[in-house]
Structure formats: C-alpha cells, structure tokens
Design a protein around this ligand. Structure first.
Ligand SMILES: [Zn+2]
Length: 126
C-alpha cells in the first residue's frame, strides 16, 4: 500500500494512537542498564525504547516489571493476552533523548515495546 510522503509524527501508542511522550530514563526496571521509556498519558501503557532493535527479551522484562509496579514475582506471573497486551512500534533514532551523534549501528531497526495491563490485572492497580 503506497504511503504518502509527509512529515512523520512521533510514534503513536499502538493501543490508543496518542503520540507517545518523550522517553526518559526509567527507575524500577528489571535491567541494571539505563532504560529509556515512559508512559502513555492517554491509556497508561508503558513503553521501553530498544535503540538497538535486538534487546527484545530485556525490553519485555523491563516492561513487565514496570507493569507490575516493580514487583518481579508479579511480573513473572503475568500471562500475555490474559493479563497484558504487548506491541512494538518502529522508533526513529532522531528522537532519542541523549546525544545527537550517529553511531553507525543501523543494521537493526530501533523499536519501542509498548504494553498495558488488561483484564483482572488491570483492575488490581490504580
Ligand atoms: Zn495509549
């Protein structure tokens, strides 16, 4: 399907299609590395930016722990689709928060992982 060439907006939330906020360093994630991400103001979905496009497993764990409010045991008990939905959206390196240097790591496509709680899990947290 042809796509008209025009200014590309910031990536939108895949759940509610609101523009995602600017990513910030997140606290309370699973990995010890700095994680950039944020939360959709519209529907409350969390997102984590995977700038290399190959940290998927880590990004998923970070997201689940965020969804669980930092509780790893709770995060591990979540079941996909029953307790949460997860999607990825392409992420453009131009909107990264730190630095402006191109780093020649263009083999993998940067992406953001976005997840939100559904069902009973969603109701158990404010
Ligand atoms: Zn949203």
């Amino acid at each position: 399907m042809p796509v008209p060439r025009k200014r590309v907006p910031r990536p939108g939330c895949p759940f509610c299609f609101e523009e995602l906020p600017r990513p910030e360093p997140l606290a309370g994630t699973y990995s010890l590395d700095e994680v950039l991400g944020g939360r959709c103001v519209e529907c409350g979905a969390w997102f984590v930016v995977d700038e290399t496009g190959k940290s998927g497993g880590k990004a998923v764990m970070d997201l689940l722990v965020l969804l669980a409010g930092g509780d790893l045991q709770r995060a591990l008990a979540y079941n996909r689709d029953a307790d949460y939905q997860m999607k990825t959206v392409p992420w453009r390196a131009t909107i990264r928060r730190f630095g402006g240097r191109a780093t020649g790591q263009a083999l993998m496509q940067p992406q953001a992982w976005v997840a939100r709680l559904v069902g009973e899990a969603a109701g158990s947290r404010p």
